[in-house]
Every structure is written in structure tokens, then in C-alpha cells.
Design a protein around this ligand. Structure first.
Ligand code: UDX
Length: 481
């Protein structure tokens, strides 16, 4: 059944959601206050790189089921309104900035009375601190017929279309489960998602706060998992172990699972970093800051991996002043042109700050990188050109074309065959055999031993395949099984 619906805020999440809803057969109008973005979308031009998005955008526009506007008055007759506004980190702290969401709800409340009390559903999709939905519901309470439901979005960039049309689960947060109002809201959203529910996607109904916490906890868990393996990575560097061996073996325990155990330069992007900080800030506000204190360490481990890459560059080149370094990758992850909190760009800036002449290359993200970095580093779209004459290559975003680089051919381009693999995607032995000095995060710097011990510390244990435990009563020693 076709529903007339709106999507307010057509950033990454909202634009994909709007096109996906048109794909499901609904009449969709997307709204944003950014007129440039609206004209681009209306012309079928995706404002970001996302596989499959352009096709569903154009299909929606061509079918007449999808259009875009900057005017709230155009939304007045929609039965369902999705809120896809961004909730960035506040300029003055760790908390989430809810000003876009507040402004959108205020504008929407002005036009809702045009429905004359007919049932109207407002559906929040943004990532918000627990308690936000209840406050917004109070603001909408005076509008006759309007209900609010919180339906967090779990989409990953690079898989956004698939994650929207074929999600792992649908979470519905309601004012009070099992009341007639909640059942009415749930039934309305079920109609919108009917084709998704037919595919047997699990649908979970819960209170507002639980739905808000599902999203915050999911992202915090993922960030923690990445930082966990990156912390182990530091231990691997200290002991001469290979973190990819450790990750592979622990990931085979299906209670742990192998996903999100890729050690490297850590997480970035528009979600995980800001969401763990907002989660901590929210916990503080609710008086349980200590409970989420470990997320500070998750953030710190993530930060240290970036520092470690710069340290490795120093270990390989000595003084970095005027040394030529090429950074492979600008996006925070492959298949995206998003450079928000990108580890690759952050490391490029740090190398530049240490005096190096840095060239950054990326197949999709150089426009965004340029906007973020200004003229700080050189941007070169062609990989070969970027590599020509460089003294150190640093792989920081694992695009396929960088994973698949041929070490022999690449050696013929560079000035010196030195590589830092910040994502553990190259096979060190193959590169060493081709004459490269290669260092990785969480892997021994040479095939035969741990990285050199820092001055003033105990010598690192020899790589005997066994770690000597510190002196401890025999009964506490781990016995081989
Ligand atoms: C994330 C969540 O996955 C998604 O569910 C949520 O809705 C939004 O935030 P996204 O930001 O698109 O999605 O990126 P994701 O694929 O989760 O990767 C985040 C970062 O972690 C990237 O920088 C990636 O390179 C890094 N990462 C991921 C690792 O360093 N190691 C891993 O094993 C996995």
C-alpha cells in the first residue's frame, strides 16, 4: 500500500532513506534547508559516493514518486514524516548537538495541523541521547492525531542501500508499549515497511529510551571491539606477535566473531567517534558516567594508533622534515568519499605538521579531503603519480586498488621502497621479498622478532613461541593444555 511520506534532513541517512522508500513504492518528498543539496538531488546527482544510491535516486525521480523541496509547506499532507537530521558533536563538548532536530520538529509542528487531526506519524531516525524522543513527543503532543515513534538507523556507509532495504532488524521505540496509541503508531510504520517485513526482518517494539540506547550501544560496542583488537595490537608490537594471527584465532570463537576485529589505524567517520563521545556525555548527565568510563579508553586506544603511524614514519625515515611521504587513502573507509574524522587524513596532517611533504591520493574522497585540508597537503588522484618519487608510502584506507598493488611495479615508481601498512592488508613477506622495508600495525617489524625495545625498558622477550610470565607462584602459571 502506498503511503505519502516525507524525509526531513536529506544528508547521508535521509537521502538514502528517501530514495529507498520511493523504491518500496511510496510517494516521498525529501526536505532539507540546504538548497544546493536539494537541487542536486532533484537533478539526480548524488551529493556523496554510495554504491547503488544513484540508481534508486534516478529511478525514484523518473517514476515521479520522489521529489525534493526546501519548503515545509510542501510536507503538510504527508501521513508519515521521517526525521533524518544530523546530530553532530557539540562545538563545546562531547555531547550531541540536537539543534537541527529541534528546529525541524518546530517547523514540522507548524504544518501538521493542516492534516485536520488525521493520524500522522513522526518517525525519528537520527542517533540521539536517551531521553530525546520523550521530550520531542511532548512537543508534538498538542498536535491532534500526531504520534512519535523512534526507529534508529543502523546503515553502514558503502552498504547504505542494502542496509535500508534489507536490514538485520527494525527497532521501534514507542511512548508506552502495548497501549492503543503505540499500537496505532506501530501499525502505521508496519505499513510503510511492509515489503521489508515480508522478508522476515525481525521487528522489535520497545520504549523510547531502549530504542535510543540500542543505537548508542551498538555503535559503542563496535568501537570497543575495534579498539580491543587495536589494544591487543600494541601488545603484539611489544611482544613480536602478529595481531592478524591473534584476531583470526579468537574470531573463530563464535561468541566473539571475526567481524570488526581488523586491527589497524582505527575507526573514524561521521558516526562511531562522535557517538561514543555523545554516549559518555549522556551517561554523565544521567549520573552514571563511570559506567561508560571505559569508552574514554576506547577513544584513547583509537587515537594512539594514529600517533603510532607517525612514530613508525619517524623510525623509518628519522627526521621527517622535507621528506616525501605518500598517503594511500583519504576516506575513513573504502567505498566511501566521506572524510569526516578520517584516520587517513588525520595522520596525513600529523605527518605534515612534523615537516614532511605529504601527497594524499584516493579514488573518491579527494574533493572532500581538499575542503577539509585546504592547501596543507598535495592531492593527487592518480595512484602512480602520487607514488612517483616518494620516500615512504603509508596505506591508510584499504581500497581494493591499494590492497592489490604489485610490490615490484610499485618499487619502480617510488624513490625508496618503504611502506607502512596501516590496515594490515598487504602480505609483508611478499613485499619484503620484492625489496621493501614494510612496517605494519600490530605485526613484528621484521619476520624474526619484535620491534626494537624502547630505551629504558626491559628487553623484549625472544620470539620463542612462548611468553615468559612474570615471576608468580607456580600454581598461578598458565599450564599448556
Ligand atoms: C557505523 C556502524 O557500523 C553503523 O551501524 C552505524 O549506523 C553508523 O556507524 P560506518 O560509519 O558507515 O557505520 O562505518 P563502519 O563500517 O562501521 O566502520 C567504521 C570505522 O571503523 C571505519 O573507519 C573502519 O575503517 C573502521 N574499522 C571497521 C576498523 O578499523 N576495523 C574493523 O574491523 C572494522
Amino acid at each position: 500500500m502506498t503511503t505519502t511520506l516525507s524525509v526531513i534532513g536529506v544528508g547521508y541517512l535521509g537521502a538514502v532513506h528517501a530514495a529507498a522508500m520511493a523504491e518500496l513504492g511510496h510517494d516521498v518528498i525529501g526536505l532539507d534547508i540546504d538548497a544546493e543539496r536539494i537541487s542536486a538531488l532533484q537533478a539526480g546527482i548524488p551529493p556523496f559516493h554510495e554504491p547503488g544510491f544513484e540508481q534508486i535516486l534516478r529511478r525514484g525521480l523518473d517514476s515521479g514518486r520522489l521529489r525534493f523541496t526546501t519548503d515545509y509547506a510542501d510536507l503538510a499532507h504527508a501521513e508519515v514524516h521521517f526525521l533524518g537530521l544530523g546530530t553532530p558533536q557539540r562545538a563545546d563538548g562531547f555531547g550531541a548537538d540536537l539543534s537541527h532536530l529541534d528546529a525541524a520538529v518546530a517547523s514540522l509542528a507548524q504544518v501538521l495541523p493542516a492534516r485536520g487531526g488525521a493520524p500522522t506519524l513522526v518517525v525519528g531516525k537520527s542517533t540521539v541521547p536517551a531521553g530525546t524522543a520523550r521530550v520531542l513527543a511532548e512537543r508534538l503532543a498538542p498536535v491532534e492525531g500526531a504520534d512519535l515513534l523512534w526507529n534508529p538507523e543502523f546503515l553502514r556507509e558503502g552498504f547504505a542501500v542494502q542496509d535500508t532495504l534489507d536490514p538485520d532488524r527494525l527497532v521501534y521505540g514507542v511512548h508506552e508499549p502495548e497501549t492503543p496509541a503505540a499500537e496505532r503508531a506501530v501499525a502505521m510504520l508496519d505499513r510503510v515497511y511492509a515489503r521489508i517485513l515480508e522478508r522476515e526482518a525481525p521487528r522489535l517494539v520497545m520504549g523510547y529510551e531502549a530504542a535510543e540506547l540500542v543505537k548508542a550501544s551498538a555503535n559503542a560496542f563496535l568501537a570497543t571491539k575495534i579498539s580491543f583488537i587495536n589494544a591487543v595490537s600494541e601488545m603484539c608490537e611489544a611482544t613480536g606477535a602478529d595481531v592478524t594471527d591473534v584476531a583470526r584465532a579468537i574470531g573463530m570463537d563464535d561468541r566473539i566473531g571475526s567481524k570488526f576485529l581488523r586491527a589497524g589505524v582505527g575507526f573514524g567517520g561521521g558516526c562511531l567517534p562522535k557517538d561514543i563521545r555523545a554516549f559518555m556525555a549522556s551517561a554523565e548527565q544521567h549520573g552514571v558516567g563511570e559506567a561508560l568510563g571505559f569508552l574514554r579508553e576506547v577513544d584513547a586506544v583509537n587515537e594512539r594508533r594514529r600517533t603510532r603511524v607517525v612514530e613508525l614514519a619517524g623510525e623509518m625515515l628519522g627526521d621527517l622534515t622535507d621528506r616525501r611521504i605518500t598517503v594511500l587513502g583519504a576516506a575513513f573507509k573504502p567505498d566511501s568519499d566521506d572524510t569526516r574524522d578520517s584516520p587517513a587524513l588525520d595522520v596525513a596532517c600529523r605527518l605534515r605538521a612534523a615537516g614532511a611533504q605529504v601527497t594524499v591520493t584516493d579514488p573518491q574522497a579527494l574533493d572532500n579531503a581538499g575542503r577539509r585540508l585546504g592547501g596543507l597537503v598535495e592531492l593527487e588522484p592518480d595512484t602512480d603519480e602520487a607514488l612517483r618519487g616518494t620516500e615512504l608510502t603509508v596505506l591508510l584506507t584499504e581500497w581494493d586498488q591499494y590492497r592489490e598493488l604489485d610490490p615490484v611495479r610499485t618499487a619502480s615508481l617510488v624513490e625508496a621502497p618503504r611502506m607502512i601498512d596501516g590496515r594490515n592488508v598487504l602480505t609483508p613477506q611478499v613485499w619484503r621479498e620484492a625489496g621493501w622495508e614494510i612496517r605494519s600495525l600490530g605485526r613484528a617489524s621484521t619476520p624474526n622478532g619484535p620491534r626494537p625495545t624502547a630505551p629504558g625498558t626491559e628487553p623484549a622477550p625472544a620470539r620463542t613461541g612462548r611468553i615468559d610470565a612474570p615471576a608468580a607462584p607456580a600454581r598461578n602459571r598458565l599450564q599448556p593444555v
